[in-house]
Design a protein around this ligand. Sequence first.
Ligand code: GTP
Ligand code: MG
Length: 195
Amino acid sequence: MKIVSTEFVIGAVRHEQLPEDGLPEIALAGRSNVGKSSLINRMIERKNLARTSSQPGKTQQLNFYRVNGSMYFVDFPGYGYAKVSKAQRAKWGRFIESYIRERKQLKLQLLIVDLRHPPTEDDRLMYDWLRHFGIPTCVVATKADKVPRTRRERHLRVVRETLGMTPDVPLVMFSSETGEGREELWNIVRQAIAG
Ligand code: GTP
Ligand code: MG
C-alpha cells in the first residue's frame, strides 16, 4: 500500500466530535500495551504519528488518523489496565460500545492480541461481544518478532482456539518491529472497505 498522506484528525471523547466526512473507518481494540498504536504507525509508515508509549493506558480517547484522504484508522484506548478509574472506564466503555454498534462508517474491527501469550479473558469477552453484534472482525496477533519462527504456527493455533474463532474470521500474524504481515493486513483492510 502506497501512503501519500497521513494526518491526525481528532481525539474524540464524545459523539459530536466524530468525523462527519463519511469516510470508511477501521478500528483497533486490544489490551493496553499490546501494540495498537505501533501497528497503525507501521501500516501508515510513520514512526510516531499514532502515539505509542511503554506506559500502558495512555491512549484515552478515540484517535482518528486519516490515510490518503480516503479512510481512517481509529485507535481505541486499551482495555484491562487497572489504574484508570472505574467511573472513567465506564464512560469510555459506553462511548466505545455505542461507536462500535452504531457507527455506519465502521467497516472492520481489528482485535489486536499478543502472539506470545494466549488471549486473555478480556480478549475473549471482546471477541464474543463483536461476534454477538455481527461486527466484521479481523484478529491480529502482533509482536510476532518476539516468537521464534518454529513456534509461530503453534502460537497462532492457541490464539484461534482460545478465542474460539470461526474459520470465517481472518487471523493475521504481524510485527510492528519488522513489518511482517503488513501487506496481508492491507489486503484485508482494502477488501473490507470495498465490500
Ligand atoms: P495503549 O495505547 O496504552 O493501549 O497501548 P498500545 O496498544 O497502543 O501499545 P503501543 O503501540 O504503545 O506499544 C506498547 C509497547 O510495545 C511499546 O513499547 C512498543 O514499542 C512495543 N511494541 C508494539 N508492537 C511491537 C512489535 O510488533 N514488536 C515488538 N518487539 N514490540 C512492539
Ligand atoms: Mg496506544
